[in-house]
Design a protein around this ligand. Structure first.
Ligand code: 1GP
Length: 239
């Protein structure tokens, strides 16, 4: 089970692939790189995806043998071809469509497949600019300097039975999630902590792990500088 891998007591890296940013060929190239470097997970999705997630996953799976996990922006991105799905509830927001609406639409579809749902509290943190996820979900992120609100949100998610917390700065965020927020949430919750958005260097990755992230997610920077992945995986292995 993919969730058992989340529970491993070691730092891990997920590479986020947005199908819209790729051709079939470049998907295979990036998946080959992920395979070579031993990336722990490939997450597939985006706030707005207009191409087929299923085709993208098929291409990725020709070269990458690790777990491919859907990270869907909405119910339309569900694909039976992945191994698992972050079954997200956007608990920092107050938009019913992203708290429960898309989940109702997709649950019967997921149930009819072998996809492993991983119930995840998705918490959007303001990281300096309006991100696609904020705009597309029509929700307000938690202010950058309010770790207490993030903690209250995360523990509510854990009490509701969610299996992981995802602190999201948003793709291409100006800065990564506030260190105080990461460490306070880590301290307050015992479920795996995923952190993503604005991680652009191996130094930052190390810091994110030091603050308490169990799984870090990188996307944009690897699209731009694939050679950084090797350095980042060295950080993962040294932890
Ligand atoms: C995953 O949205 C992030 O949580 C990815 O962010 O593209 O900034 O790495 P970047």
């Amino acid at each position: 089970m993919v969730y058992d891998l989340f529970l491993q007591n070691q730092k891990q890296l997920a590479l986020l692939i947005d199908p819209d940013k790729h051709t079939n060929k470049s998907l295979v190239t990036i998946a080959e790189l992920a395979q070579r470097e031993g990336v722990n997970f490939i997450f597939v999705g985006g706030s707005l995806v207009t191409s087929s997630t299923s085709h993208a996953i098929d291409a990725i799976k020709t070269a990458y043998s690790g777990p491919v996990v859907l990270f869907p922006g909405n119910a339309n991105q569900v694909s039976a071809n992945a191994d698992a799905i972050l079954f997200l509830s956007l608990i920092s927001g107050r938009n019913a469509e992203f708290l429960i609406g898309n989940q109702v639409l997709s649950a019967p579809v997921i149930k009819s497949t072998n996809l492993e749902p991983i119930a995840t509290g998705y918490i959007l943190i303001d990281c300096g600019k309006t991100t696609s996820v904020e705009y597309m979900s029509n929700t307000q992120p938690i202010p950058y300097d309010k770790p207490d609100i993030a903690v209250a949100t995360a523990i509510a998610g854990e009490m509701l039975g969610l299996k992981a917390i995802y602190l999201e700065g948003g793709s291409g965020a100006q800065t990564f999630v506030n260190p105080d927020t990461i460490s306070a949430v880590k301290k307050a919750c015992s479920i795996p902590l995923i952190v993503g958005g604005g991680i652009r260097s191996s130094e930052t990755l190390q810091k994110i792990f030091d603050y308490g992230a169990d799984i870090a997610v990188v996307g944009t920077i690897i699209e731009k500088q694939p050679e950084l992945l090797s350095e980042m995986m060295k950080v993962v292995r040294s932890n």
